[in-house]
Design a binder for this molecule. Structure first.
Ligand SMILES: [Zn+2]
Length: 66
């Protein structure tokens, strides 16, 4: 069975707590974002849209329940 989103802890839409791999700044990223998410501090790309789910490039620390 193919798993396409092993990095994403929950299959449903969620807000993910992501840490910038470059400077360590924390950011909240919507798991189905349709726009690029960049680090507020250093501008590093943290997530980008890919089909229905975002590709998260930073370190996912957890999912925030809504
Ligand atoms: Zn950063």
């Amino acid at each position: 069975m193919k798993r396409e989103n092993v990095m994403i802890p929950k299959p449903r839409s969620a807000y993910l707590s992501v840490q910038c791999p470059k400077c360590g700044e924390m950011a909240v990223v919507f798991s189905h974002t349709t726009t690029d998410i960049s680090c507020k501090s250093c501008g590093e790309l943290l997530a980008e849209p890919s089909g229905s789910k975002a590709v998260v490039l930073g370190k996912i620390l957890g999912a925030l329940d809504q």
